[in-house]
Every structure is written in structure tokens, then in C-alpha cells.
Ligand binder design. Structure first.
Ligand code: ZN
Length: 435
């Protein structure tokens, strides 16, 4: 078991009890904890602020909530699980019969023991979520005391942002939503993966500038897009992270463009991983790729998941708890994203300096120095591919795709050819920076 996977899992456990929503103190507390891992900046955007076609809503906070029977016992108790209250519930304190209460009770059809996750952000309402078995214990004749001690006030929407400057101004945007309460795979696993990626990049040299966004779903991404036009222009690649901790196979959802470098890098890395996986095309539901890939932006942002949202029974229920995620799956998700980032970082276009006929490679020490064997054979084949396709028109990733060889092998061959002065980068890092 990897220590990084364990650390990610520990972070999920730590964040799990907090009652998050699209605004409120739960988001702030979560971001404060994340600041212990990375130096992210917290932004507050006042309620009522117009953001694209939306308006930042009132801030929601909750202290307690319950349904009590006539004996004064809590039969539904927010203190047991924050999923018991519909997120953004308006305050209420009243007695009522079950017939009236029932209009405000929600159960999970998939399993009688699970409590569903429900929200009512943009429609003024209140409600409780409970398991089917819990509902069965309530009776028609009883009068229940119903209380939701919540508030909806002019406050702000909170999101966190971490910018890790690279050698170039062009950016990689990594986004995860931060608005789900006690749900582990949907939400917290994405946050834990983003933190692990950021910690890995923080103290290393990298070509791209990395921007990590921890924002409430939909309204948070829309708020960030509305406030960051200049940064949006610099986004070259992007990724939404969600549901990355379960034991299922990896799913990568392509950007709206369908053939962006990030889409091709994932397809390449997953193919060479030898592990079962799924590549799916963009569709306009899901997470914040919907906003980043809206036609006015059309950013090269894909979505990285394991089991697909909505397609595993535990989705949006109390069964999506920390035990549903595993350190091994988290570590594997991290490794895949890191390999893709390595591809994006190293992908370059080169020009063969001896393009008329093959250069005499033996004389120039461009062939592999390692002993005979499969590795040497692959390296030497990669050298020929890189020489042949480095006409200033093909990137290393394209050469890897066409040759069927792993990107790292192609990249090593290109490095060897540069050392032998047979290969020159088409555009120097200095020229790239000027762009
Ligand atoms: Zn969700």
C-alpha cells in the first residue's frame, strides 16, 4: 500500500464529517484544512454578485436539525449524519403529522439502509433524507417536532485557488468541486487527488503554470470563469477530478474538443497502462467540465474518474463513505494523472538536423548503450521513429501514437538524439515564453 495513497485516504477521512454546501462555513473549514497541505488563496465573492448568467446566492449555514417523536427522541438527527438534511433547507420549527412531513422526506431507492444526498439550492424548500428502513419506523398517528436550525443570509461564496508558476505562462487548470457534505468518492477523492498532485508539483521545476481550483460545483466554476478572463485565455490543458477513489476501472471523459492534447495524453497513458479503462466522449452533464467546455470557452478540459458518477449504486448516498474509497485506487489515480502531466510537460516538436537519408547512427552514439535485449530494441526503434517524424510537424506524443511505443521511450530517444546534435527543438523555451 502506498504511503501517498494512505495520506490521500487520511485526508478524505479528515474532511468527511464537515457539512459542506455551495456556500457557508463548511467550505471555509475545508479550505482552512487544505491550507495546511498547500498554500492556497481563499476568495470570498459576495451574495448577489452577478456571474455570467447567474447570481451568487445567499450563504447557507446550519447548526442543528432533527425530527423528534412525541417522547422527545430524535428519530432523524443531523448530528448523526449531515446527509439527513436537504442542503440549503430553509429554517423550520413546527409540529406536524407524518402525512404533512412526508412531502419533505426523501429515501434512496437503491438500498433500504442508505440515506440519500439531496439539495435544493435554487428553490426555497426544506427537507430531510433518511433510509427506507428508518422511514418505516415512523407512524401516521404520531405528531412530530420538526426543526432545522439553518440560516440563509447575505454572505459570500467561498473558493480556494492555488497557482504554481511554471517556466511558461500557459496554464494547466485542475479543478475539483468542494460542495458535497459527507460523501467520499464524489468530491473528497477529487480534492485529495488535487492536493497530492499540487504537493508533487510545488517543489519541482515545471514548464506549465498550474492552477488548482477548489470551488463549489457549477456556481463556483461559473464564478471563477466570470472573474478570470485573462487566466482563462492562458488555459492550455485542464482536468476535472471526481470519483477517483473507488476500486472501479478508470474512466476518462474527453473534452468537448474531443482531440485535445489532454484527451490524447490520457488515451495514450491508459492504453499503455495495460489496465482496463474506458474513454468516453464529452456530454453536457456531469461536473464542471460542463462550464469549462461551454461553447463560449470550449477549453481543453477533460474529466478523470474511476466509476462514473450516477452509475454506481453508492453514488449520492451514505454508502459513499470513506470505506468506499481505497488507498490503492487513490494511488493509482494519482500515478495516472502524474504520467499524463509528464507527457504534457515533455511533449515538444523537434526538427531532424540530418533529414536527407538516415544519419549514420553508430558513429554518433545515438543508439542505446544498454545491453542487447527488448529495451535496446525498443530504444533503437524509437530513435528511427523520432528521426523520421521530426520534420517540425509532429509532436513527440504524435510520434508515440503513430509508432505504438510508450511516450517515455520516444522522449528518451529524442533526448539521445539531441545529445548527438541530430535533433533541435522547433521552438526554443524562450520563443515559447514570448508567445
Ligand atoms: Zn455529486
Amino acid at each position: 500500500m502506498s504511503t501517498t495513497g494512505t495520506a490521500m485516504h487520511d485526508l478524505i477521512r479528515r474532511l468527511y464529517p464537515i457539512c459542506r454546501s455551495i456556500t457557508g462555513d463548511g467550505v471555509r473549514e475545508t479550505l482552512r484544512i487544505l491550507q495546511q497541505y498547500v498554500p492556497l488563496v481563499v476568495h470570498e465573492v459576495p451574495s448577489g454578485t452577478k456571474v455570467l448568467d447567474w447570481v451568487v446566492p445567499k450563504e447557507w449555514n446550519i447548526r442543528d436539525a432533527w425530527v423528534k417523536n412525541s417522547a422527545g427522541q430524535r428519530v432523524v438527527d443531523f448530528r448523526e449524519s449531515n446527509l439527513h438534511v436537504v442542503s440549503y433547507s430553509t429554517p423550520i420549527s413546527r409540529r406536524m403529522k407524518l402525512a404533512e412531513l412526508k412531502d419533505h422526506l426523501f429515501t434512496a431507492p437503491s438500498n433500504p439502509d442508505w440515506v440519500p444526498y439531496r439539495t435544493s439550492y435554487y428553490e426555497s424548500n426544506w427537507g430531510f433524507c433518511l433510509s427506507g428502513n428508518q422511514l418505516k419506523t415512523l407512524n401516521e398517528d404520531e405528531e412530530y417536532e420538526v426543526c432545522i436550525d439553518s440560516s440563509l443570509t447575505d454572505g459570500s461564496l467561498t473558493y480556494g485557488e492555488l497557482l504554481l508558476e511554471g517556466e511558461e505562462a500557459e496554464e494547466v487548470l485542475i479543478s475539483s468541486h468542494i460542495c458535497h457534505p459527507s460523501l467520499a468518492n464524489d468530491n473528497l477523492s477529487g480534492i485529495a487527488l488535487a492536493i497530492a498532485l499540487a504537493r508533487g508539483l510545488k517543489d519541482t521545476r515545471h514548464r506549465y503554470t498550474y492552477r488548482f481550483l477548489f470551488a463549489p460545483g457549477t456556481i463556483g466554476a461559473i464564478t471563477w470563469l466570470a472573474r478570470n478572463e485573462a487566466a482563462v485565455e492562458r488555459v492550455r490543458h485542464g482536468l476535472v477530478l471526481t470519483c477517483v477513489g473507488d476500486a472501479g476501472d478508470i474512466t476518462y471523459k474527453r473534452s468537448r474538443r474531443g482531440n485535445a492534447n489532454i484527451d490524447r495524453a490520457f488515451a495514450h497513458v491508459l492504453k499503455h497502462s495495460g489496465q482496463p479503462h474506458q474513454l468516453i466522449d464529452f456530454f453536457p452533464c456531469g461536473y464542471d467540465e460542463r462550464q469549462y467546455c461551454s461553447p463560449g470557452y470550449n477549453l481543453a478540459v477533460g474529466c478523470f474518474m474511476r466509476s462514473r458518477h450516477g452509475e454506481f449504486p453508492e453514488y449520492h448516498t451514505s454508502a459513499d463513505n470513506p470505506d468506499f474509497t481505497t488507498p490503492d485506487a487513490l494511488a493509482d489515480s494519482l500515478a495516472k494523472c502524474q504520467t499524463v502531466i509528464e507527457v504534457l510537460e515533455q511533449d515538444r516538436t523537434y526538427v531532424n538536423q540530418n533529414s536527407k537519408g538516415e544519419p549514420q547512427l553508430g558513429r554518433r552514439n545515438a543508439y542505446s548503450a544498454c545491453a542487447e535485449g527488448a529495451d535496446k530494441k525498443q530504444h533503437d526503434l524509437a530513435v528511427l521513429w523520432v528521426l523520421n517524424l521530426s520534420d517540425g510537424m509532429h509532436t513527440l506524443l504524435e510520434i508515440a501514437e503513430r509508432s505504438g511505443l510508450p511516450f517515455a521511450t520516444i522522449e528518451n530517444a529524442a533526448a539521445a538524439l539531441q545529445t548527438s546534435d541530430l535533433l533541435v527543438e522547433k521552438e526554443s523555451p524562450k520563443e515559447r515564453r514570448k508567445r
